[in-house]
Design a protein around this ligand. Structure first.
Ligand SMILES: *[C@@H]1O[C@H](CO)[C@@H](O)[C@H](O)[C@H]1NC(C)=O
Ligand SMILES: *[C@@H]1O[C@H](CO)[C@@H](O)[C@H](O)[C@H]1NC(C)=O
Ligand SMILES: *[C@@H]1O[C@H](CO)[C@@H](O)[C@H](O)[C@H]1NC(C)=O
Ligand SMILES: *[C@@H]1O[C@H](CO)[C@@H](O)[C@H](O)[C@H]1NC(C)=O
Ligand SMILES: *[C@@H]1O[C@H](CO)[C@@H](O)[C@H](O)[C@H]1NC(C)=O
Ligand SMILES: *[C@@H]1O[C@H](CO)[C@@H](O)[C@H](O)[C@H]1NC(C)=O
Ligand SMILES: *[C@@H]1O[C@H](CO)[C@@H](O)[C@H](O)[C@H]1NC(C)=O
Length: 425
């Protein structure tokens, strides 16, 4: 019983506070409450790590709730530990992985909703009354709308709604205090009381507030599931510097691919003797498909977060085409660490239309030889790509290119390009 009284009191108090802030006919009113069920003590021994943006010394749940309510642009939930009140910019639904067992904490969900048909007035007894919302200011005191004094809580919830007014009318001041960082653009939103603004990040940043420097393709995708495949600037913390490369999120379901090298056949002489374990950075600051390779350190750190290696042809002009393509596990072909000249396992390989799944083909990489597939000398492995060129040295596919076959898409003319990628699921 006490709990119910407390809940009622809280909602009413919040309404009263609201009234003083947004009492106008065409405004919208925000109802803030604690989610049902956890009112008394929150979710015990749980907290969200890394998302408290303001801390107070306020032992009472009620006072902490009020602080969260007042931070109407940013506060999504709050947590209490002893007499510390922490306001959170995410809740357990938006960051489930960061909501963890933390002894001594109690976590509280914050519900926020817009209501449009009720407004609140404070009568002389400091009790709240609710008045039906009126369409025009002049109607506010029109007796025809009546004053419905002292709605019961149940009735209040009957007139709530998640959305309020169209965004074209939106002006909520939530962009006014530079919530979006690092040159981001801020847009105010009025549809959903839990999403009052949106940050559109400048090219190099990610995060809800654009507070983080992007460090990998994977991170870009985690921050924005609808990210498009394109060249992105990535930050390398080891060298404290930026570089630009292509992230492919879309061509193979579930894979995130990071480009480590791309060159056109006419530029082969720059790449032919560069095995992947050599440091040979080429144009890391002005991405292009004809002459590009990351430094050894950057390739290594991407490889360390990857499970697969892939080679493609003419990705820049044709997109992904499985004719002339290879994909292998890094545990089978670890191009960063080893010399090879033998049959290796591939998840899929295709040379000039001859392809096989989970099969072997010759893979070659030596100190002075770029990684490649030797389709002429490959008869001892499972892939049978007949029609390989014999002279002078046997056909080279996906690199090295001492002997080229114009039927292979990577070497059909001087403008044909070869790409190498590291990727993960
Ligand atoms: C609030 O306190 C927590 C826990 O001590 C801390 O991790 C966090 O950085 C603090 N936040 C601010 C904005 O001071
Ligand atoms: C409010 O909703 C409750 C439960 O859904 C319902 O029983 C009650 O009649 C409603 N009250 C009004 C005024 O519509
Ligand atoms: C990658 O991992 C290897 C082996 O664990 C380690 O020696 C190397 O320092 C790592 N490189 C980078 C750039 O993280
Ligand atoms: C892939 O390349 C082959 C050989 O050039 C071509 O015949 C085929 O149409 C291409 N497939 C797609 C989906 O573009
Ligand atoms: C490879 O394929 C060609 C043509 O399909 C065939 O004549 C040849 O015997 C095959 N070689 C091997 C080793 O299977
Ligand atoms: C490719 O470029 C090389 C060097 O620039 C040139 O000698 C050769 O004739 C070109 N080949 C074709 C097919 O255009
Ligand atoms: C290669 O690219 C150059 C420059 O873009 C262009 O002039 C030429 O026609 C292209 N050659 C072929 C075979 O596509």
């Amino acid at each position: 019983m006490d709990i119910i009284v407390l809940l009622l009191d809280m909602v009413l108090m919040t309404f009263c506070r609201l009234e003083s802030k947004t009492a106008k006919c065409d405004g919208k009113f925000e109802l803030s409450g604690l989610n049902h069920g956890h009112l008394e003590q929150g979710i015990k021994n749980h907290a969200i790590v890394g998302h408290s943006f303001k801390n107070f010394t306020l032992p009472k749940i009620y006072d902490c709730h009020i602080q969260c309510f007042d931070e109407k642009c940013k506060c999504q939930a709050f947590q209490i530990s002893g007499d510390r009140c922490e306001l959170l910019d995410e809740d357990r639904y938006s960051t489930p992985d960061e909501f963890i067992y933390t002894p001594g904490y109690a976590y509280f969900d914050m519900s926020r909703e817009y209501i449009h048909q009720v407004r609140v007035i404070l009568n002389s007894n400091r009790k709240c009354k609710f008045q039906r919302f009126c369409p025009a200011r002049s109607d506010c005191n029109n007796a025809a709308h009546g004053i419905l004094s002292c709605y019961k809580l149940q009735d209040v919830f009957n007139v709530t709604s998640d959305s309020a007014y169209p965004d074209s009318h939106c002006s909520n001041q939530c962009c006014s205090d530079s919530v979006c960082l690092n040159g981001a653009t801020c847009t105010e939103l009025c549809q959903d009381a839990k999403h009052k603004f949106k940050c559109s990040c400048a090219p190099r940043y990610v995060g809800k507030f654009c507070q983080k420097r992007r460090t990998s393709c994977k991170e870009q995708l985690l921050m924005d599931k609808k990210s498009s495949s394109q060249a992105y600037w990535l930050f390398d913390p080891t060298s404290n510097s930026w570089y630009e490369t292509f992230c492919d999120f879309t061509t193979e379901n579930g894979f995130v691919w990071t480009l480590i090298e791309s060159f056109s056949l006419v530029n082969n002489q720059n790449f032919a003797d560069k095995s992947f374990y050599k440091d040979y950075p080429v144009i890391e600051n002005d991405f292009n498909w004809n002459k590009f390779r990351l430094s050894l350190n950057r390739m290594e750190s991407i490889a360390n977060q990857s499970s697969h290696v892939r080679a493609t042809c003419n990705f820049n002009t044709d997109g992904l085409n499985f004719t002339d393509y290879l994909r292998a596990k890094l545990t089978d072909i670890d191009v960063m660490r080893k010399k090879f000249d033998d049959c290796r396992n591939y998840e899929y390989i295709n040379v000039r239309g001859y392809g096989c799944h989970d099969c072997t083909a010759v893979f070659v990489q030596q100190d002075m030889w770029h990684a490649h597939v030797d389709s002429y000398h490959g008869a001892r492995c499972q892939l049978n790509a007949s029609g390989a060129i014999k002279d002078p040295g046997g056909e080279d596919d996906f690199g090295w290119y001492q002997t080229v076959n114009p039927i292979h898409r990577c070497s059909s003319n001087n403008n044909s390009t070869t790409q190498w990628w590291f990727g993960e699921h």
